[in-house]
Design a protein around this ligand. Structure first.
Ligand SMILES: Nc1ncnc2c1ncn2[C@@H]1O[C@H](COP(=O)(O)OP(=O)(O)OP(=O)(O)O)[C@@H](O)[C@H]1O
Length: 327
């Protein structure tokens, strides 16, 4: 769905500032329906890359393709049309403050010249989808951060884009709101098959929503792969650092266990009973329910209670080794 071929981007020198090479030799392929994360520290080139995808910026060398069209060759008029297939949400929401929630979502439909009936049908449906029907007449200043981002998402989806670009979309939100926004994005991806490309500096965002990830440093992609692979076996020192940092921040911290996929349904059932009333929650971290797959679970909270719960839920398996503890 999105292809970046041998991209280079240099900002020319201006007003006493040297020229900057923001991107060099970047090759990326993002499949239709994928949730693809680009992570890197400040200045790595993430925003530049995102702006190339919607044609707000042109590369110095290389090609950008979106949905079979070479964005880098389009004239301004065709580019405007192509951009309707590409929605975008922002860290600071970029809402129109003098318009209500309803009017914000209607805006891109008005620009696209849709009829009043079509606009009403579409906006009502989108507000319902993002859970804001009862806030339709509110102004952005009357909303919480999470609600503002929901408006941003509804507005970005108004013209049924095939791609949604997310620029640090949860960086201004608290952890709980971040979780609910990421959940919403995941659901929308599942329901509509939209391709999500998100940039972030938080590995926890990548872990909780992305299928694939590319790590950037100084304008280059230094590592890419499935999130599972990258978390299990980070190669580049920066990737290791990012993965390690996530673990230190408490993501996936606790008693980790790995069970064979065949044991999973029964274990899940008994674990849920065993943790009830204890300060312990069970989360699935990764895995596949196929014949020789394994599932990694984490029991978070009070470690002692977690161990007790595990022994209670699966005394035989723990002894016999059908479940292993992951370091
Ligand atoms: N319009 C511009 N003109 C000149 N240099 C720029 C411009 N935009 C970005 N840069 C430079 O290009 C490099 C990459 O910046 P970019 O914003 O793409 O990185 P980033 O990873 O998104 O960082 P951040 O998260 O801080 O935005 C930086 O050195 C930045 O200073």
């Amino acid at each position: 769905m999105i292809q970046l071929k041998d991209i280079g981007k240099t900002y020319p020198p201006r007003q006493g500032f040297d020229g900057v090479t923001a991107l060099e030799g970047v090759n990326l392929t993002i499949e239709k329906g994928d949730i693809f994360g680009i992570i890197g520290r400040s200045g790595a080139g993430k925003s530049t890359l995102l702006r190339l995808v919607n044609g707000l910026e042109s590369p110095t060398s290389g090609q950008v393709w979106v949905d079979g069209e070479e964005i880098t060759r389009l004239e301004e008029r065709d580019l405007r049309f192509a951009r309707q297939k590409i929605g975008m949400i922002f860290q600071h929401f970029n809402l129109l403050w003098s318009r209500t929630v309803w009017e914000n979502v209607a805006f891109p439909l008005e620009v696209a010249g849709k009829s009043k009936t079509e606009i009403k049908r579409k906006v009502d449906g989108l507000l319902e989808r993002v859970g804001l029907t009862d806030r339709a007449n509110a102004y952005p200043s009357q909303l919480s951060g999470g609600q503002k981002q929901r408006v941003g998402i509804a507005r970005a989806l108004a013209n049924d884009p095939k791609v949604l670009l997310c620029d640090e979309a949860t960086s201004a939100l608290d952890p709980e709101t971040t979780t609910s926004i990421l959940k919403l994005l995941k659901e929308i991806n599942r329901e509509t098959g939209i391709t999500l490309l998100l940039i972030t500096h938080e590995m926890s965002v990548v872990r909780s929503i992305c299928h694939r990830v590319a790590v950037m440093e100084e304008g280059r992609v230094i590592e890419k792969g499935t999130v599972k692979e990258v978390f299990r076996n980070p190669v580049h020192p920066l990737t290791r650092q990012l993965v390690h940092q996530t673990e230190e921040e408490g993501e996936g911290k606790g008693l980790r266990i790995r069970c064979e996929a065949g044991n999973f349904p029964a274990l899940w059932h008994s674990l849920r009973q065993a943790v009830a009333g204890r300060q312990v929650t069970v989360r699935v971290l990764e895995g596949e329910l196929n014949e020789d797959g394994g599932i990694v679970l984490v029991l978070e909270g009070d470690l002692e209670q977690a161990e007790k719960a595990l022994r209670e839920a699966a005394p035989d398996w723990v002894e016999e080794g059908g479940i292993s503890l992951v370091p």
